[in-house]
Design a protein around this ligand. Structure first.
Ligand code: DAH
Length: 336
């Protein structure tokens, strides 16, 4: 073999070395196979790269340069192939073998949030809290004394009609209004009083876009020396503006409730709205209510109001069907 032939053959052997090495590394299917390929090709003592390096010495000086350059390239490419194979297989194989691949992208947990009615409730508690109102609670299963008698609703009043109430027995019922809590609060403490009560009320109404057999009310009660209707209007107006916007107008319309005298309906008008919307009732606490709880109507006066939570929430968000609030439908609730 002539010298040039030897040089050509040496370069060809580097090509073969590279091809063999690359296929050994890319074809390894386990860390053990990668390690075997590393020993065979990159091993310090008898690795094929090492052997190829030693061959350089036997070459003619004129061939050394080309061989050396090609050798460096082959060595580099096999080292990279080794690194790549290691990286590919150095994954937590144990976890994969267990049927759980920790390297797979995770599933993002779906975070829920508070129901829009709960958001409204929390906001009302916050707003009235700033006016000094604390939160009072009362039972949903109520007796007729708190739901009617103590609220100055006489035994023959149509509001007591069995067709309009969920009676549980002769003397008990699902409360039809949160005004019951006014009585419970005043029975349990002397004036002054500044409370709101928020909760469910029940009436056998036929369900449609604006009615439900169960809905929520917010009740307010303030009792002290010298409380007037101006206080009532101020509190409700400040509340309406805070909750629904600066441009909301509020109007009192004369009305009648057995537990207030005088009584009003509370209407609100929104910017751009074309009609007043009734949001609830209010008035000055009737002296008979004070007498029923042992307060002296000559000593204190007070105002009370009751508003529908659903109405406030629907108005705020532009919801046009009350049933949407009870159906627990994710696409609907996700909007708020
Ligand atoms: N309880 C009444 C209802 O459910 C609303 C109401 C009116 C509450 C006047 C009040 C009030 O406190 O003063 O229709």
């Amino acid at each position: 073999m002539s010298l040039p032939d030897l040089a050509v053959e040496a370069l060809a052997s580097l090509d073969a070395l590279e091809a063999d090495g690359l296929s050994a590394f890319t074809g390894s299917g386990s860390p053990a196979e990668v390690e075997a390929a590393r020993v065979e090709f990159l091993g310090m003592k008898q690795g094929r790269v090492k052997t190829a390096q030693e061959r350089l010495k036997a070459l003619e000086p004129s061939a050394k340069r080309a061989y050396g350059q090609r050798f460096n390239a082959v060595k580099g490419s096999l080292e990279s192939a080794h690194d790549a194979a290691k990286a590919r297989l150095d994954r937590p194989t144990l976890a994969i073998a267990d049927g759980f691949d920790v390297t797979r992208p995770g599933t993002r947990p779906k975070l829920g949030h508070r129901h829009p009615l709960t958001q409204t409730t929390d906001e009302l508690i916050d707003l009235f809290g700033r006016f000094g109102f604390t939160v009072a609670r009362g039972p949903e299963v109520e007796d007729v004394h708190h739901n009617f008698d103590a609220l100055n609703i006489p035994p023959v009043h149509p509001a007591r009609d069995p067709l309009d109430n969920f009676y549980l027995s002769e003397g008990t019922m699902l409360r039809s209004q949160t005004s019951t809590v006014q009585i419970r609060v005043m029975e349990s403490q002397p004036p002054p009083i500044r409370v709101i009560a928020i909760g469910r009320v029940y009436r056998p109404d036929t369900v449609d876009a604006t009615h439900s057999f169960m809905f929520h009310q917010i009740e307010g009660l303030m009792v002290d020396k010298g409380v007037t209707m101006a206080d009532l209007k101020t509190v409700l107006r400040l509340f309406a503006r805070s909750y629904l916007g600066e441009d909301v107008k509020i109007r009192f319309r004369p009305s009648f409730f057995p537990f207030t005298e005088p009584s009003v309906e509370v209407d609100m008008l929104w910017h751009g709205g074309d009609r007043w919307v009734e949001m609830g009732g209010a008035g000055m606490v009737d002296p008979n209510v004070f007498r029923a709880v042992g307060y002296d109507p000559d000593e204190v006066t007070g105002f009370a109001f009751g508003l529908g939570i659903e109405r406030l929430c629907m108005r705020r968000h532009g919801i046009d069907d009350i049933r949407l609030l009870y159906q627990n439908e994710g696409r609907f609730l996700g909007q708020f």
